[in-house]
Design a binder for this molecule. Structure first.
Ligand SMILES: C[C@H](N)C(=O)N[C@@H](CCCCN)C(=O)O
Length: 463
C-alpha cells in the first residue's frame, strides 16, 4: 500500500505555531488601525479636529486601497509572487505609513495651515496624518489577504475556520487593546499627548515585522516538505489576469463581497464612533467611555474561534451568516432608540453585537475557498477587501458628515476643552440600514449555495 506522504502541515505544532506568528503581526496592525478612534474628543480639543476632519482622516483608510486599486494589485502580486514576498512588503509598508502618521500628529510645523485638495478642505495635519494612514492601510489590508492565504495553505482540509477564527480573535485583541488603552496612554504622566499611543503602535508594528520575518522561514520549510510540482503543473496552477474575470463573473463571490461590505460597514465604522456615542448618549465619562466598546472585540476573542470550530465540524456556514446579520440589525436598532440610554443597556448591546460580529466573519472568510479555487484565492480575497474598503472609507466620512450637519445638540467643556455634543439617533439608523441589506445578501448567498452546491452548509474538516 502506498504510504501517505507527510508534510510540515501535518504537524499540528508546526501549523499552530505558524498561525500564532502571523496572527501576532495582524494584532499589531489592528492596534494601529483603531488607536486613533478613541481619541476623537482629545483630537477635537487639543488639535482642533472637527467631526468631519475626524471622518475625513478615518476615510483615508481606503484612499489608495480603493481609488488606486492597491488592494487588487496586492492580491495579484500575492497570487503571482507568493506569501513570503507579499507579506514582507505589506508589513514594511505598514511601518512606513505609521512613521508618517506619527510625525504628522506629533509635529507643530503644520500648525495653522489649511489645505484644499480636490473638494476637500482640512488642516494640513489631517491631510498628512491621513496620508500616513492611507499608506498603512495598503499594508494592513494586503497583510490581511496574505494571512488568509497562509492559513488556507496550512489548514485546508483541517481546522480551517477555527484557525481563521483564532487569527481574527488575535487581531481583535489588538483592536480591543487600542480602544481601551489609547486615552489612558495619551493622558499618562499628567500631560495630554495624542501622539503617544501612535508611537506605541509604531513600536508594536516593528515587532510585528520581525514576527513575519520569522514566519518566512517556516513557510520556506513548508514548501520544501511538500511534493515538488512539475513545470506543467506549475504552468497550469499559475495565476492569469483572465482569472479576475472568472472571479467577478461568479454570483456566489459577489454575494459574499456585498454581504462583506454591508456587514463590516455596520461594525468597523461604528467602532470609530462608539466611544463618542458612549459619552454623548449614555453619559459615560471620557476616561471610561472606551471600555464599553472595547468589550466588543474582547467578546469576539472567544466566540469567533468557537463559531469557526462549529462550522468546521457541523457546517451551516450560510445559516451562521444569516443569524449574525439579524443580531447586528437588532443591536443598531436598539442603539437608535432615544429613551434607551442607561449604560447597562450599552454594555448589553455591545456584547450582543460581539456575538453577531463573531458569527458572520467566522463563517464568511472560510467560505471563500469553497467558491473560488486556491490559485485565485489571493485575488478573490483582495477583490472582496476592495469592495469592503469602499464601505470602510465612505461610511466613517458619511457618519462624520451626518453628525456635523444634522446631529449637533450643543457644546460642553470637558477637561477644559470646548467640544460639541451630538444626538446619535440618525447615525444608528444608518447602521441599522446596513444590517438589513446585509441580511438580504446573506439569504441570497444561501439560495445560491443551494443552487450551485458550494457546500457552505457542509463541515470544513475532511474525514
Ligand atoms: C478590515 C479587513 N479588510 C477585514 O475584513 N478583516 C477581517 C478579517 C479578514 C480575514 C483575515 N485573515 C476582520 O474581520 O477583521
Amino acid at each position: 500500500m502506498e504510504k501517505i506522504r507527510q508534510t510540515l502541515r501535518d504537524s499540528a505544532a508546526a501549523r499552530w505555531t505558524a498561525l500564532a506568528v502571523v496572527a501576532f503581526t495582524m494584532l499589531c496592525g489592528y492596534y494601529l488601525t483603531d488607536v486613533v478612534a478613541p481619541l476623537k474628543g482629545l483630537l477635537e480639543g487639543k488639535l482642533g479636529w472637527g467631526s468631519s476632519d475626524f471622518g475625513f482622516f478615518n476615510s483615508a483608510y481606503g484612499w489608495f486601497n480603493v481609488f488606486l486599486g492597491m488592494l487588487i494589485v496586492g492580491g495579484i502580486i500575492l497570487d503571482k509572487m507568493g506569501v513570503r514576498f507579499t507579506g514582507l512588503m505589506a508589513t514594511i509598508i505598514m511601518v512606513c505609513g505609521t512613521i508618517i502618521k506619527f510625525w504628522a500628529i506629533s509635529t507643530h510645523s503644520l500648525d495653522g495651515q489649511v489645505w484644499k485638495v480636490l473638494w476637500f478642505e482640512a488642516p494640513a495635519q489631517v491631510f498628512i496624518a491621513g496620508l500616513g494612514f492611507a499608506i498603512f492601510a495598503v499594508g494592513v489590508e494586503v497583510a490581511g489577504i496574505t494571512v488568509s492565504k497562509i492559513i488556507y495553505k496550512w489548514f485546508k482540509g483541517k481546522e480551517l475556520a477555527l484557525a481563521m477564527g483564532l487569527e481574527m480573535a488575535t487581531a481583535r485583541l489588538g483592536t480591543g487593546l487600542a480602544i481601551a488603552t489609547a486615552v489612558p496612554i495619551a493622558k499618562a504622566f499628567g500631560v495630554v499627548d495624542v501622539s503617544r499611543p501612535i508611537l506605541l503602535a509604531l513600536i508594536l508594528l516593528c515587532i510585528g515585522l520581525l514576527s513575519f520575518v520569522m514566519y518566512m522561514f517556516m513557510d520556506k520549510k513548508l514548501d520544501a516538505s511538500e511534493v515538488q510540482k512539475t513545470q506543467a503543473e506549475m504552468d497550469e496552477d499559475a495565476f492569469k489576469i483572465s482569472d479576475i474575470f472568472k472571479i467577478i463573473t461568479n454570483k456566489g463571490w459577489w454575494y459574499i463581497a456585498i454581504l462583506c461590505v454591508l456587514f463590516y460597514s455596520a461594525v468597523f465604522p461604528f467602532l470609530k464612533y462608539a466611544t463618542d456615542l458612549m459619552i454623548n448618549k449614555f453619559g459615560v465619562s471620557e476616561e471610561l467611555a472606551g471600555t464599553i466598546p472595547s468589550m466588543l472585540p474582547f467578546g469576539t476573542i472567544l466566540l469567533t474561534p468557537f463559531f469557526g470550530n462549529l462550522y468546521d465540524r457541523k457546517g451551516k456556514g450560510a445559516t451562521i451568516m444569516i443569524i449574525g446579520s439579524l443580531l447586528i440589525i437588532a443591536v443598531h436598532a436598539l442603539f437608535s432608540v432615544p429613551f434607551l440610554h442607561h449604560w447597562i443597556m450599552a454594555i448589553i448591546l455591545i456584547l450582543v453585537l460581539g456575538v453577531g460580529f463573531s458569527l458572520v466573519p467566522s463563517a464568511m472568510w472560510p467560505s471563500v475557498p469553497k467558491i473560488i479555487p486556491e490559485k485565485q484565492l489571493g485575488t478573490a480575497y483582495a477583490l472582496i477587501f476592495w469592495v469592503q474598503n469602499w464601505g470602510l472609507m465612505g461610511v466613517p466620512a458619511l457618519i462624520g458628515w451626518v453628525l456635523e450637519k444634522y446631529c449637533i445638540t450643543g457644546q460642553v467643556v470637558r477637561d477644559g476643552l470646548t467640544v460639541n455634543t451630538y444626538n446619535y439617533t440618525l447615525p444608528m439608523l444608518i447602521f441599522t440600514g446596513f444590517g438589513v441589506l446585509a441580511l438580504i445578501f446573506a439569504f441570497l448567498l444561501k439560495i445560491e449555495d443551494k443552487k450551485k452546491g458550494y457546500g457552505l452548509q457542509l463541515p470544513n474538516i475532511v474525514k
